[in-house]
Design a protein around this ligand. Structure first.
Ligand SMILES: NC(=O)c1ccc[n+]([C@@H]2O[C@H](COP(=O)([O-])OP(=O)(O)OC[C@H]3O[C@@H](n4cnc5c(N)ncnc54)[C@H](O)[C@@H]3O)[C@@H](O)[C@H]2O)c1
Length: 257
């Protein structure tokens, strides 16, 4: 098992990618703090881990609220004994409107949850990791933060900020034996984009045609890359952003068959 004896705090792990990572890390021997703004989904994921014979606790916390983040980290340290792994996964999508029609309120909310949330959780968990001279931080950004996407003026810049925060913390904390890395998923089959797809603001057919591997990712595809990056197999990797996108960013051809 790759994570025996480790404690992993995964934000937003009541659903989607975070939940898949929580289940996979638990199978690899980690104790899991399942944290989410939605307590009942966190409790359900915790129950699923316990049914696999794993150890887990559920915590309700809003990652954009500094008080919630302090409470969450204190609880993990008290009940599970430390924080060896932090996955900053909690996130919300943008509203996918043309920028001139978008709202400032939505910008603030998307940046607060995605970017400020990642900063707050890293800062507070980093205090434990720095004093223990060990840790793995994994951030979840998006391919939308690595290129220009139409109508993504809040989500894209928030995710791009996470890519730079990854580099900043990686170089600042390297001397404390803390690895900080990031995954940029492409399009993943989770509830995240459900409203955008239902309202026609995202066109699934066009998206799948544009992915070289021909289909969206399953949450587990991202979780498996996450396991690698938080394990000792990746001990010499820090400060990188790994696209897990079915070849989306590599694709430059719209002409040939
Ligand atoms: N699904 C995709 O196509 C895709 C693509 C690229 C990046 N991502 C990123 O992956 C991460 C996980 O998304 P997902 O697709 O699994 O979505 P999801 O909606 O299934 O899960 C996100 C979870 O985050 C929780 N959450 C939302 N706001 C929160 C807050 N303020 N505090 C704590 N928890 C909060 C939600 O309750 C939910 O359980 C997000 O950061 C998202 O931006 C997703």
């Amino acid at each position: 098992m790759k994570l025996s004896g480790k404690v992993a705090l995964i934000t937003g792990s009541g659903s989607g990618i975070g939940k898949a990572a929580a289940l996979l890390f638990a199978k690899e021997g980690a104790s899991i703090a399942v944290s989410d703004i939605n307590l009942s989904s966190a409790e359900q994921a915790t129950e699923a881990i316990k049914q696999l014979g794993g150890r887990a606790i559920a915590i309700r916390a809003d990652v954009s609220d500094a008080g919630d983040v302090d409470m969450m980290v204190d609880k993990v340290i008290k009940e599970l004994g430390g924080i060896h792994i932090l996955v900053n996964n909690a996130g919300i999508p943008g509203e996918n409107l043309p920028t001139i029609e978008s709202s400032v309120e939505h910008w603030d909310k998307v940046v607060r949850v995605n970017l400020r949330g990642t900063y707050l959780c890293s800062r507070r968990s980093g205090q434990w990791m720095v004093s223990n001279k060990a840790g793995k931080v994994l951030n979840i950004a998006s391919i939308v933060g690595l290129a220009g996407f139409v109508a993504r003026a809040s989500y894209g810049p928030a995710k791009a900020g996470i890519v730079n925060l990854t580099q900043t913390l990686a170089v600042e904390w390297a001397k404390y034996n803390i690895n900080v890395n990031c995954i940029a998923p492409g399009f993943v089959m989770t509830p995240l984009d459900g409203d955008l797809i239902r309202s026609g603001r995202l066109n699934l057919e066009l998206i799948e045609k544009r992915i070289p591997l021909g289909h969206r990712a399953q949450p587990d595809d991202i979780a498996k890359a996450a396991l690698f990056l938080v394990s000792d197999d990746a001990r010499y990797i820090t400060g990188v952003t790994l696209p897990v996108d079915g070849g989306w960013l590599a694709y430059g051809d719209v002409c040939a068959k």
